[in-house]
Design a binder for this molecule. Structure first.
Ligand code: GLU
Length: 318
């Protein structure tokens, strides 16, 4: 392995295999310490012991461990796809006239500072920010367009809507509706709040696997280019913005510590997924529905700490 500051790190197949195999074992053992999300019955059905890991490189090299093909709901990781779509449709200036790019220090679904300190949501990775960003997609883009966008960015034509999760989200999402109506009352949101939350609930309910998340991570890590077709899926300038916001805000209230300990732009969701856009470039997708107190997959966080250290993936490590 070389650590030249001017070139991307390169690993042998054996080095990659060893780092990911050990990361997988460490992560799988850590699942016992977590609890699956239970705010909707559909998520509570997940197997807390499930754990999967998938790595994808632009040359097509892959590594797959455990439950890497198991489907689960993308949940908050859709916020990355929503941001990419909004930046493409509306551009940087218009998007960030509706949402800020600051870590909030509050829970992902908090309404507090939005009401008392700022009209604009703190960032697109918390619910308020993602809901406002979804509103920017309407009326030009609907669910079918966003499904196509998700399939493209995840390099996975099999991404579908999990109807049961969507129905649960829609039946219980009073807090998200409250956020949308608050944004509307402040004049920040122009779209219809009901249509906005409906699209948000559907996007949270997309059914993905660790493998799909590795595809998404690879596209982001590869400057927005699908390495297998050469198509530019996300403008490189937007990729820099998305990665910065993932780095600072992607891991709930653990984002600071994750950035220090792992140092890879990542986003997690309460379905147990984590997408990582790593140096190399490589995409890493993880799935472990047993969550820690921050809402991040216990096993996936532990696995990434190990993998990042073993392969020197921290963005500030050369
Ligand atoms: N559908 C969830 C919500 O909006 C997403 C939660 C998450 O993954 O952070 O509450």
């Amino acid at each position: 392995m070389t650590h030249d500051a001017t070139t991307a790190p390169r690993w042998t197949r054996e080095e990659l295999q060893a780092a990911f195999a050990q990361g997988y074992e460490i992560g799988r053992a850590a699942t016992a310490r977590g609890k699956v999300a239970d705010y909707i019955p559909e998520l509570a059905k997940a197997d807390p012991g499930a754990f999967g890991l998938y790595m994808l490189k632009p040359d097509g090299e892959t590594l797959s461990f455990g439950d890497a093909e198991t489907r689960f709901s993308i949940q908050s990781i859709c916020k990355v796809i929503i941001l990419a779509a909004a930046l493409k449709l509306r551009g940087f200036n218009e998007t960030f006239s509706h949402v800020m790019m600051e870590p909030s220090g509050d829970a992902f679904n908090s309404i507090l500072k939005l009401d008392t300190r700022s009209n604009l949501p703190f960032n697109p990775m918390i619910n308020a920010g993602a809901i406002e960003t979804v509103s920017l997609l309407l009326p030009d883009l609907g669910f079918e367009d966003m499904l196509a966008c998700a399939r493209e960015l995840c390099l996975d034509p099999s991404v579908t809507l999990n109807e049961a999760v969507y129905n649960s989200e829609a039946q219980t999402g009073y807090r998200n509706r409250a956020i949308a109506y608050l944004l509307k009352s402040k004049g920040v949101m122009s779209a219809d709040p009901e249509q906005t939350v409906d699209l948000y609930f559907r996007l949270c309910s997309l059914s993905v696997s660790a493998r799909s998340l590795a595809g998404l991570g690879l596209v982001i890590a590869n400057d927005g280019i699908d390495p297998f077709t050469g198509r530019i899926l996300i403008d490189p300038e937007h990729v820099r913005t998305i990665q910065s916001i993932m780095f600072t805000c992607g891991m709930y209230d653990y984002s600071g510590k994750f950035s220090v300990n792992v140092g890879v732009p990542s986003k997690s969701g309460v379905g147990g997924g984590i997408v990582c856009a790593a140096k190399g470039p490589m995409g890493i997708g993880l799935y472990g529905p047993a969550l820690d107190s921050f809402g991040n997959s216990c096993g996936a966080v532990k696995a990434m700490v190990h993998i990042s250290q073993a392969l020197r993936l921290h963005v500030f490590e050369y």
